[in-house]
Design a protein around this ligand. Structure first.
Ligand code: FRU
Length: 497
C-alpha cells in the first residue's frame, strides 16, 4: 500500500523535475529529482543494478521532513531516477525517514533499514526527535514498511546512551550468514560511538557491543558509519559533528574521517591503528560504500557539507549532489581514493601536452584544455631543481573575475582549493588546504574531475582527495596554469560527455 504522503511526493517530483533541464544539472553527479538532497542511503547492488537512495525533501531546496529519493545505475555514472521510495508517513517516522542502508534478502526481496524519527516532549515541554531504526521491504521500486517497526529502539542500550542521537544504521552480512548493523549513537556528554547489533533474519535485532568510540577525540556525535574489510585491514568511515581542528588533518565543524585497523569478526573487537580525514576539501560528508561484483569497494559521499550549504540559494530548483564514485584501497596504512575507472567511457577526446614550461606573470592556456566537464591530470615538477618555485596553480571555471583554483606550494607542502572567486556571495568557507608531506621537492600529480558544479582533486594517485562545489555561471569555461617560478608540466585532459 502506498501512502498518500508517498503518492504526493511521487506526483510532485514527476511534475517538478521537468522544470529542470539536463543542462542545469551536473553532467554525471547525481542530483535530486527536485528539491533537496543530503546523504547517500541504501547504496547497494540488487537485481543487476546499483541502487542509490538519498535523503530527500522534494518540496523545496532546503532540508525538511526527510523522504528517501531513489535512483539506479549500471555503471555508477549514468543514473535513472526512480519514484521516491519512502515518505515520513507513520506514527514512528512522521518527523523523518533519516539515513540508513539496504541489503538483498535471501528470498529475493530488498530490505531497507532507516532511522525513523518521531517527536516527543520532555517534562519541561521541550520537543525532541526520538530516533529508532525501522525497516521497509520491497522489490527495488516499491517498499512497504514492516508491521513490527521500529525494530531497534534505545531500550536495552548501555546506560547513558541517547535515544535522541541514535541513527544511520549500516547493515552487512557476516561470513557465518548472520547480519550485523552498525548504528551511530551519543551520550549526554557528547561521547559519540558506533554500536553493533546482530540479527539472524534481518527483522529481529539484538544489541551486541560498542565497535568504536570517540573517547573525547573527533567531535561529538559520529554520523553515518560504514564498515568493511579492505586490503587486509578493516575501515570504519564516520562523519563527526562539532569537530575541533587539528593541524591540516581535521577542520572545524562537520567532517569525515576513517579509522583503519583490524577486526575480529567473532568478538566484534575493532583495534584502531590509524585515523585520517577522508576528504580534505570543503564539500564531502556522510559517505557510503558498495562492493562491486568484481570486488572493488566504491564510495560515494554527499558533495556538500552542513556548514557550507549556504553557498546555494534556497530558491534554486535543486540543492545537493553526490560525489564522484571513488574506488578505495588501503596502501601504507592510508585510505586511497581514485575516480571510478569507468570514467573513461565518458571521454570525448584525449589532449596531451608534455614538458610545458610555465613561469612568470602570465596565465598559460593550452589548446584543447577548457570546459566545465573534464578529467584533467597535471604532473608538476620544478624546471630548476636548485630554485624551486613557490606556487603553481590550475585555474578553472574561469571568465573575467570568476575562477576557482587548485594551488600547490612545495615550500609549505600544501595543496589549496580556493573558490573565493567562484561567484559565491556568502561568508562561508571558500578555501581549504591539504598537507602533502612528500611534495617538498616540487613534484606532485594533481588529477581534477570537473563537472559543471564541482571539482574533485585526487592528489598523488589518490593519496589525498579534496572536493568543493561551485556554482559559477556555466559560461565560465576557461582553464589556465600559473607558476611564480620555473615549472614543467605534463597535462592530459579528457573532455567528458
Ligand atoms: C547526516 C545526517 C544523518 C541523518 C540525516 C538527516 O548528514 O544528519 O545523521 O540521518 O543527515 O537528514
Amino acid at each position: 500500500m502506498i501512502s498518500q504522503a508517498l503518492r504526493d511526493a511521487r506526483r510532485y517530483e514527476e511534475i517538478y523535475e521537468k522544470e529542470i533541464s539536463p543542462a542545469e544539472r551536473p553532467l554525471f553527479h547525481l542530483t535530486p529529482r527536485c528539491g533537496w538532497m543530503n546523504d547517500p542511503n541504501g547504496f547497494g547492488y540488487y537485481k543487476g543494478q546499483f541502487h542509490l537512495f538519498y535523503q530527500y525533501y522534494p518540496y523545496a531546496s532546503v532540508w525538511g521532513a526527510m523522504h528517501w529519493g531513489h535512483a539506479v545505475s549500471m555503471d555508477l555514472l549514468h543514473w535513472s531516477p526512480l519514484p521516491a521510495a519512502m515518505a515520513p508517513d507513520q506514527v514512528y517516522d512522521y518527523k523523518g525517514c533519516f539515513s540508513g542502508s539496504s541489503i538483498p534478502m535471501n528470498d529475493g526481496r530488498h530490505l531497507l533499514m532507516y532511522t525513523s524519527v518521531r517527536q516527543t516532549s520532555d517534562p519541561q515541554g521541550q520537543g525532541s526527535g526520538v530516533q529508532t531504526q525501522s525497516i521497509a521491504i520491497g522489490n527495488g521500486v516499491d517498499y512497504t514498511k514492516y508491521g513490527k517497526n521500529p525494530v531497534i529502539t534505545a531500550e536495552g542500550l548501555p546506560e547513558g546512551s541517547s535515544r535522541f542521537d541514535f541513527r544511520d544504521p549500516k547493515m552487512w552480512q557476516a561470513s557465518d550468514g548472520s547480519y550485523i548493523a552498525a548504528v551511530a549513537n551519543n551520550n549526554t556528554e557528547g561521547g559519540g560511538k558506533i554500536l553493533l547489533f546482530k540479527s539472524k533474519d534481518l527483522l529481529n535485532w539484538k544489541y551486541w557491543r560498542v565497535l568504536a568510540s570517540n573517547n573525547g577525540r573527533f567531535g561529538a556525535m559520529w554520523e553515518c558509519p560504514d564498515f568493511f574489510g579492505l586490503d587486509g585491514k578493516h575501515v570504519l568511515l564516520v562523519s563527526p559533528q562539532d569537530m575541533l581542528p587539528d593541524d591540516f588533518e581535521y577542520h572545524n565543524g562537520n567532517g569525515t574521517l576513517c579509522l583503519i585497523g583490524s577486526y575480529d569478526e567473532k568478538t566484534g573487537e575493532f583495534v584502531e591503528e590509524k585515523d585520517q580525514a577522508i576528504d580534505y576539501g570543503i564539500d564531502f560528508y556522510a559517505p557510503q560504500t558498495v562492493l562491486t561484483k568484481d570486488g572493488r569497494r566504491i564510495m560515494i559521499g554527499w558533495m556538500q557539507n552542513w556548514d557550507a550549504c549556504a553557498i546555494r540559494s534556497p530558491h534554486e530548483k535543486w540543492a545537493g549532489q553526490m560525489s564522484m564514485p571513488r574506488e578505495l584501497s588501503v596502501r601504507d596504512g592510508r585510505l586511497y581514493q581514485n575516480p571510478i575507472s569507468e570514467i573513461d567511457t565518458m571521454y570525448l577526446n584525449t589532449i596531451i601536452h608534455r614538458d610545458v614550461r610555465i613561469g612568470g606573470a602570465e596565465d598559460v592556456s593550452l589548446d584543447g584544455i577548457y570546459g566545465r566537464c573534464m578529467d584533467l591530470t597535471v604532473k608538476v615538477r620544478p624546471g630548476d631543481a636548485d630554485k624551486i618555485f613557490h606556487r603553481f596553480s590550475i585555474r578553472f571555471a574561469k571568465k573575467g573575475k570568476l575562477r576557482t583554483s587548485v594551488s600547490f606550494r612545495p615550500h609549505e607542502k600544501t595543496v589549496k582549493i580556493d573558490r573565493k572567486y567562484s561567484g559565491s556571495c556568502r561568508a562561508i568557507v571558500h578555501q581549504r588546504r591539504c598537507l602533502v608531506p612528500e611534495s617538498a621537492g616540487g613534484e606532485i600529480t594533481l588529477r581534477l574531475i570537473l563537472d559543471r558544479f564541482s571539482v574533485e582533486v585526487f592528489i598523488n594517485d589518490g593519496r589525498y582527495a579534496m572536493t568543493a562545489s561551485i556554482f559559477t555561471d556555466l559560461d565560465a569555461e576557461g582553464i589556465s596554469f600559473y607558476a611564480d617560478g620555473d615549472v614543467l608540466i605534463d597535462v592530459e585532459g579528457h573532455a567528458l560527455g
